[in-house]
Design a binder for this molecule. Structure first.
Ligand code: PRP
Length: 185
């Protein structure tokens, strides 16, 4: 399916899996002497990454999710963050690792990080499969980064265009026809 949808593949299926393993082992090393951390996925884009990341982490851990939105169907971040669904666990005195598919402007993560710190988290770190530093509008850096991508709109492996293409096994730049097709609907 990827070849029909993507004009350029930026991260292959194999690369994604080795990045997940690399990040999992970094986190495992850093958290082995801590109490179980909460891996907080930001829906919906985090879903495949969360699944592939945590199965490589040989530690006791918790998984939780929040649904926050900053794109509202557009190809560029609109700069607003809305909490659609909150997490269920209490974060007070807990080590939290926010799990993101991509950090672009950084606004989503910054807001969520501030919220968790306000709620009394002991520590808040970020793991992202993809970092797009050229998109950054706030001062924010993830501690654990899979790979960087150039300043292009990308889809696949959790990343959507108008809710489609999250199921692609690769990450890349969509063909112009794909964007046009959904824009015309
Ligand atoms: C995307 C992505 C990140 C955020 C990154 O989520 O999954 O959460 O945008 O953008 P930022 O760094 O500019 O804030 P989106 O709000 O599109 O929701 P989704 O995960 O449901 O696709």
């Amino acid at each position: 399916m990827s070849t029909k949808v993507l004009k350029e593949v930026l991260v292959t299926k194999t690369e994604i899996q080795s990045l997940c393993l690399k990040l999992a082992k970094e986190i495992e090393q850093d958290y082995q002497d801590k109490e179980p951390a909460i891996f907080l996925g930001l829906l919906k884009g985090c879903h495949p990454f969360m699944t592939d990341l945590i199965r490589h982490i040989n530690l006791t851990l918790e998984v939780d999710y929040m649904d926050v939105s900053s794109f509202f169907g557009a190809v560029k971040s609109q700069g607003e963050v809305q909490i659609i669904k909150d997490m269920t666990a209490s974060v007070k005195n807990r080590d939290i690792i926010i799990v993101e598919d991509i950090v672009d402007s950084g606004r989503t993560i910054k807001k969520v990080k501030e919220l968790l710190e306000f709620r009394g988290a002991k520590s808040v770190e970020i793991v992202t499969l993809i970092d797009k530093p050229s998109g950054r509008t706030v001062d924010l850096a993830a501690k654990y980064i899979g790979t960087e991508v150039p300043n292009a709109f990308i889809i696949g492996y959790g990343l959507d265009y108008k809710e489609y293409y999250r199921n692609l096994e690769e990450i890349g730049i969509p063909r112009d026809e794909i964007i046009k097709e959904h824009d015309e609907k």
